[in-house]
Design a protein around this ligand. Structure first.
Ligand code: GTQ
Length: 354
């Protein structure tokens, strides 16, 4: 059979296209498809993403969240959360390709019932005092800047016996879990867990230089439930004092699993950075799309050439492999950040660059 060549006449080209289409139509009946039509989109030279940079201003979120308090109770909602939807992926309940983020509100007197799921969660406390989250039997107070983890299958419930509304940022790996189609969840008959560990128990047991004798030597998640801001913030000052500043990230700590120094969770890793007044960060990019929450101060982050101006409790997102750079004015700033870096590293696919 004659094979058409590049020199073929326009008519012959057209015939070839028709023949190809007929062939594609035929093989689709056998659940087969031509790779050569899609290869360029499957194996790209550089990461491609549908995720776009975005910023959520806390004063706006707070106002809208309190309105949610009027239209639905925590009990009805199960979790009263406003999802931070990436504008590049509306309706998909994700802030990056792999992570869900939302802001959760619990009003005085409310509880959010105990449940557990395969998706892991972290909370970064934004505003309000007097609430707690109970995880695996530890009842942990929630204070601004606290970083609280809920690992895969860990039972957890929240409550607010205090007098103020309390809000925090939730980040969960649901898009990752659902990518693998491995989601399980269950409810309990009781509304609240039996708590037998007081506030701060796992931090004192595991994160102060000793380990309970016989603690496991391999654990792919941290046993620490709450990394309190009151304990983390002074460490950033220590780094600043001795000049231990990264040119991109400032004085930065990584939340670690005290068992092995690894990430707090296999799917998500987090950092806390002090960016001193006047800091002009060098540009950076990495393959892990990253969610930032502002613990203190204000500043501007240039993402893919566009400036995003942030203040306390704002949340913003940097898509995978987009360049960003922090600029700080006259006031020190502290930024919390979280991404899927541990998952990418475990798979050997994480990269960084300038
Ligand atoms: O607090 O258990 O934002 O299960 C989404 C799903 C929070 C939670 C979210 C959840 C939770």
């Amino acid at each position: 059979m004659a094979v058409a060549t590049a020199e073929a006449t326009p008519g012959a080209k057209h015939n070839l296209q028709l023949a190809r289409q007929a062939y594609y139509d035929k093989i689709s009946g056998y659940h087969l498809a031509p790779l050569w039509e899609v290869l360029k989109d499957l194996v790209t030279k550089e990461p491609r993403t549908t995720i776009v940079p975005a910023l959520w201003k806390f004063p706006e979120i707070e106002k809208l969240m309190l309105e949610a308090g009027d239209v639905i109770t925590a009990e009805e909602a199960e979790r009263r959360v406003l999802v931070l939807e990436n504008p590049g992926e509306p309706g998909k309940a994700r802030i990056t390709n792999t992570l869900f983020a939302g802001v959760q509100l619990i009003m005085p007197g409310e509880i959010a019932d105990v449940h557990r799921h395969v998706a892991s969660a972290i909370r970064f406390v934004l505003k309000g005092k007097g609430a707690y989250t109970a995880v695996e039997g530890e009842k942990s107070n929630m204070e601004h800047g606290d970083f609280i983890i809920t690992a895969n299958w860990a039972p957890h419930d929240h409550g607010n016996p205090g007098k103020e509304p309390v809000m925090w940022l939730d980040v969960l790996d649901m898009p990752t879990i659902n990518h693998f189609q491995t989601s399980f969840a269950e409810h309990f008959t009781e509304k609240m867990q039996n708590v037998n560990h007081e506030n701060g128990d796992s931090f004192e047991r595991y994160a102060t230089g000793v380990l309970p004798d016989g603690a496991p030597v391999h654990l792919n998640r941290s046993p620490v439930i709450n990394y309190p801001y009151a304990k983390m913030r002074p460490i950033l000052e220590r780094l600043r004092k001795t000049g231990d500043l990264d040119k991109r990230f400032g004085a930065r700590v990584r939340y670690a699993n005290p068992i092995n120094g690894g990430p707090v969770l296999p799917t998500m890793g987090a950092n806390l950075s002090l960016l001193p007044a006047g800091f002009k960060g060098e540009p950076y990019r990495s393959t892990d799309g990253t969610v930032f929450a502002v613990a203190e101060g204000k500043g501007t982050t240039i993402i893919d050439g566009k400036p995003f101006e942030w203040g306390v409790n704002d949340v913003f997102v940097v898509p995978p492999w987009q360049r960003y750079q922090h600029n700080i004015g006259s006031e020190d700033a502290v930024l919390f950040s979280i991404s899927d870096k541990p998952a990418q590293e475990a798979l050997g696919i994480w990269r960084e660059g300038q």
